[in-house]
Design a protein. Structure first.
Lengths: 260, 268
């Protein structure tokens, strides 16, 4: 609640304005408006196919959008190549399937973008990478290759890698759904620590308990639209929309895992 | 204990059956009434030892040709592969050129191209254009094998899952940086065995240069053959090629096995 107070005055960091996206004929995102202010943690919930992952990929300019616009830190983002590379450096994204680089060690995975994309010296990039690995509890694994790490460790390396360009917003795409329940706890703990540190995050997740715990705001997506949004207390405690209620009922009866 | 014993038993069975088959083949060939004649024409010990120094000396040309060609083929093949992988519409002419290049030089028999370039181009008498057969032999081999090698590279590049490039781009790397630091290092590691395979073919094809009158191992053997009316020098040449290519073949096998093991290890 204390955080809530400081947030009122905070400036918007990432504004998605009327984002639309089609795959062929299917309209996957239907004029989505979503604004993240500084230090805010927003969780996207909804069934598979509701558009959560697509929204994150569009926000990171990994997918061309068919309508609407993106404003990052007050600057409208254009999708042409050079501009997109600059934008991506200011946004970190973590994927469900880790996508670590298997030919590089954990340290090299994290140091690559600072060195190559930001132009830091090798020593400075390595220093930053070591600090991030330490922050995520992986100091001992710096020289390990992804193959020899557990799923949870790999996902934490991926988070460290996404943080290495010092992004303004961290986008997380169902990053725990490929992990077994024991490992999920490690990763969620790491995210909680990041949230406490003031990281602005947009998280697509199936972990309702985690969303309730970490989010400042929950958005329920269905059919490419934000059906309802509000504080976790509101969405989980007293959802107004019938569709949100139906979704939550289903989640509670079958368990989140069945929705993946 | 039992595993070791059964392994030993397996080796024994393999040795015995191999020896039995080899003996049978030797007996059936040796029993042919004309075998002594064939043996004298193809496997004469005196001609073998007398031809060996000359053929080995001439083989230096094959090695030169092979090494020079390889040094040129590796980067040229990569450039062609990259030209074919560019999706940017502005580079469409380059992509079309690369596609035609690979289609053409993989489709034309090497021997024809050697004739055309080795005899045809010098006949134009263009000022400044080299006339040496060795040069044109080198050009032919580079043109043909760059086409093959570029396809090997391309297969390697395409075998890297698109999520790798996407992850690199998501970090803010440019398309070129993603290729240079993420895709290529993984792709090149995968294509080493098939690349070596192509180079075994290249080593053998260095004998084609003889057509242009370059005295390399095969040509030297032909000269000796004609001088003595005996085919043994050709067998000497065959042996020398085998001495070089067989170890390389084994190396390819071993690298491929290692690669498989690594990939299975990675799939855990």
């Amino acid at each position: 609640m204390a955080r809530e107070a400081t947030k009122q005055a905070a400036a918007p960091v990432l504004e998605l304005r009327g984002i639309s996206k089609r795959y062929g004929r299917a309209l996957v995102l239907d004029k989505i408006d979503l604004t993240l202010t500084e230090h805010e943690v927003v969780c996207l919930i909804g069934a598979s196919g509701s558009g959560k992952s697509t929204l994150l990929r569009c926000a990171d300019l990994l997918e061309p959008i068919d309508g609407g616009g993106i404003v990052l830190d007050g600057q409208p983002v254009r999708a042409d190549d050079r501009d997109a590379d600059t934008t991506r450096r200011q946004l970190g994204i973590v994927f469900q399937g880790f996508s670590l680089f298997p030919h590089l060690t954990a340290l090299e995975n994290v140091a690559l973008a600072p060195r190559v994309a930001l132009g830091l010296t090798a020593a400075a990039a390595e220093k930053r990478a070591r600090a991030l690995l330490k922050q995520l509890g992986l100091a001992a694994k710096a020289n390990a290759y992804p193959d020899s790490l557990s799923g949870g460790q790999q996902q934490r390396v991926a988070i460290a890698r996404a943080l290495a360009t010092e992004p303004k917003v961290l986008l997380l795409d169902e990053i725990t759904s490929a992990l077994d329940p024991v490992l999920v706890a490690d990763v969620l703990e790491a995210l909680r620590a990041l949230a406490k540190g003031g990281m602005t995050m947009l998280i697509a997740t199936h972990e309702m308990a985690f969303a309730a715990d970490v989010a400042d705001r929950i958005c329920y997506l269905e059919g490419g639209r934000i059906v309802e949004q509000g504080s976790p207390e509101k969405i989980f405690g007293a959802p107004r929309d019938a569709r949100t209620r139906a979704f939550l009922r289903r989640v509670r009866s079958v368990g989140a895992s069945a929705l993946r | 204990m039992t595993a070791a014993r059964s392994a030993r038993k397996g080796t024994l069975v393999a040795v015995v059956s191999t020896l039995a088959v080899a003996t049978l083949v030797a007996i059936s060939i040796g029993s042919s009434p004309s075998w002594p004649l064939v043996q004298k024409a193809f496997f004469d010990g005196t001609y073998f030892s007398s031809s060996l120094p000359d053929v080995i000396g001439a083989f230096a040309i094959n090695i030169q040709l092979f090494v020079l060609a390889e040094i040129l083929i590796l980067p040229i093949g990569l450039l062609i592969a990259l030209a074919r992988s560019i999706t940017n519409p502005a580079f469409t002419p380059l992509r079309i050129f690369a596609t035609i290049y690979t289609d053409f030089f993989r489709g034309v028999p090497s021997i024809l191209l050697i004739y055309v370039l080795g005899f045809g181009v010098p006949a134009l008498r263009l000022p400044g254009v080299p006339k040496e057969p060795f040069f044109w032999a080198l050009v032919t081999l580079v043109l043909i094998y760059s086409a093959y090698v570029s396809e090997v590279y391309r297969a390697g590049i395409e075998s890297i899952h698109p999520s790798q490039e996407r992850a690199a781009r998501a970090l803010g790397l440019t398309r070129f940086q993603a290729l240079r630091y993420v895709v290529l290092p993984q792709a090149l590691r995968r294509v080493v065995p098939p690349l070596l395979n192509d180079f075994i073919g290249l080593q053998k094809d260095t004998a084609l240069v003889s057509i242009l009158g370059v005295v390399e191992a095969f040509k030297q053997a032909q000269i000796l053959k004609s001088a003595n009316f005996n085919f043994t020098p050709l067998m000497t040449t065959a042996l020398i090629f085998l001495v070089i290519t067989i170890p390389m073949t084994r190396l390819v096998d071993r690298l491929a096995a290692k690669d498989r093991a690594a990939q299975q290890g990675g799939a855990r």
